[in-house]
Design a protein around this ligand. Structure first.
Ligand SMILES: Cc1cc2nc3c(=O)[nH]c(=O)nc-3n(C[C@H](O)[C@H](O)[C@H](O)COP(=O)(O)O)c2cc1C
Length: 213
């Protein structure tokens, strides 16, 4: 395996990036790249990695689905009592990383995470399929469970209890990461990649700079 990994190489040639080409607003740049990525029909176009670190100071990373870019931030949904929920309660600073292989691109976003308003979470919750709504009640996300039967029993219990309307569990909802740093990476030939960094200024404007690859 090691030899295979060491010989695995791609020379990136699909695009280029410069400060005078990109949008002045990084969210607009994100939307532009996201729309291009979507056109290549990936299976989970909105998947990204979220890294959080709570009081243990250890970064914990996992894949989530992006559910909106709105009001200046990046939205996702989860269980507030999960490991990530607890880490975010201890330390709201988090990082997101998107890898868009088809276009040879990466986007890294850093900032502070805030909870969505309960009405926002409820509105999205009720837009989900019935099974996913019940699932939010079933799983005590990140907790140790004895076996799969625990889940099956809970699934039966909540499917019976909420056969019609499913209320949003108070422990389930959305977060919005408000960015203060966003980096766009475009793979280039011979590892001389383009990296454009947007840094949020005190007056709310974005400063653009180029980073070495
Ligand atoms: C493609 C994919 C999408 C996922 N989307 C979500 C999501 O939107 N929300 C979520 O809570 N977990 C999602 N998960 C599961 C998380 O990766 C993770 O296992 C779970 O949230 C528990 O993480 P935690 O223990 O660090 O809190 C997804 C996993 C994959 C592979």
């Amino acid at each position: 395996m090691k030899e295979k990994l060491q010989n695995q190489r791609v020379d990136y040639q699909k695009g280029a990036l410069s400060i005078d080409q990109v949008y002045k607003d990084p969210l607009q740049q994100f939307q532009d790249w996201y729309e291009q990525f979507e056109l290549s029909k990936p299976k989970d176009p909105n998947a990204f990695v979220l890294a959080t670190a709570g009081n243990d100071d250890i970064p914990h990373a996992r894949v989530l689905l992006l559910k909106g870019v709105d009001q200046g931030g990046f939205e996702f949904y989860t269980n507030y009592e999960s490991a990530k929920g607890q880490e975010l309660a201890e330390n709201p600073q988090a990082s997101m990383c998107f890898f868009w292989s088809e276009q040879e691109r990466q986007v890294r976003v850093e900032g502070k995470v805030v909870k969505l308003r309960p009405e926002e979470s409820t509105a999205y919750f009720h837009s989900r399929p019935h099974g996913s709504q019940v699932g939010a009640w079933v799983s005590p996300q990140s907790q140790e469970i004895a076996d799969r039967k625990v889940l099956e029993d809970r699934a039966q219990h909540y499917a019976d209890k909420y056969a019609e309307e499913v209320p949003r569990p108070p422990h389930w909802g959305g977060y919005r990461l408000m960015p203060n740093r966003i980096e766009f990476w475009q793979g280039r030939s011979s590892r001389l990649h383009d990296r454009i960094l947007y840094t949020l200024q005190a007056d709310g404007s974005w400063q653009l700079s180029r980073l070495a690859p």
